[in-house]
Design a protein around this ligand. Sequence first.
Ligand code: FAD
Length: 287
Amino acid sequence: MKAPPFAYRRASSVADACALLDAHGGSARILAGGQSLIPSLNLRLSQPELLIDISQLAELRGIRVSATEMIIGALTRHADIERSAEVRARFPALADAARQIAHPAIRNRGTIGGSIALADPAAEWPAAALAFDMRFTAVSTQGERSIAATEFFKGLYETALLPGEVLRSIHVPLPAAAQRAAFGELTRRSGDYAIAGAFVTASVTGGWLGGTRAAFFGVATRPLLAARAMRALDGSAGDAAAVAAARAHLEADLDPIADLYNSRATKLHLAGVLLARLVARLAAPGG
Ligand SMILES: Cc1cc2nc3c(=O)[nH]c(=O)nc-3n(C[C@H](O)[C@H](O)[C@H](O)COP(=O)(O)OP(=O)(O)OC[C@H]3O[C@@H](n4cnc5c(N)ncnc54)[C@H](O)[C@@H]3O)c2cc1C
């Protein structure tokens, strides 16, 4: 199938994109890497009257580090994150995750901002944002605001972004010395969306876990923090008993849903397998 007819404007700046969004209301859509939007147009799942192309806006691209956070421009491509020495050094789990997103051709065009704004429940970045306690900056003609990842993902492809807002940047707090992080996902074939995936972060001091955050994707209608499981792990050494206690909470935490190929029970089982693997990695001496 071919895309329905639409008008096209290339934004000259973020302010221009915001002004265009304002002028065209709900009938306009932002075009970033186009790796999700263009297929959805071709399948006629989406029929916007106007595409506002932000893909050439250098001000939205790049990775920089301040005293307290890493700031990733919304147009930064998955491939840029995968190859960034800065990301690899400070957040190896994010570099690992970038490499698992689709295939090189898609990673060379798809952007982290597009992934966050789309909020696909099976995507890596939204769950990473929860596990690493990220914040997002959104801009509109009204100004800018900062939104915590924990407040952002509202439901299936539903976010806290308001009509007229452009996602400008993603803010990742720099890890404390004791912080460790692990990422894993289970797929049918390399490059597929994950059947289930997770990020776990925790501070590990003297072998004890604290401030544990376990975020899952591919199991529910949105990425989720497993709050009860996290509490069960805090104060433990990530040993088998603590992991078993945490796994027992996953059904209530995640309320998994089946997809076309995997039942709710399979999703729950795989989430538990991932949690055990990732906690073991975090808790390992020198892990
Ligand atoms: C075959 C295939 C396999 C894939 N596998 C995976 C996978 O395993 N994991 C994964 O995470 N993703 C996967 N993707 C999706 C891919 O990562 C997309 O690149 C990503 O989801 C969207 O980024 P984009 O820059 O292409 O956004 P676009 O497609 O341009 O836009 C997506 C949506 O976000 C909105 N948007 C984009 N940028 C902004 C912004 N800055 N502010 C406000 N709204 C914005 C658009 O209006 C649109 O609604 C796959 C895609 C394909 C085609």
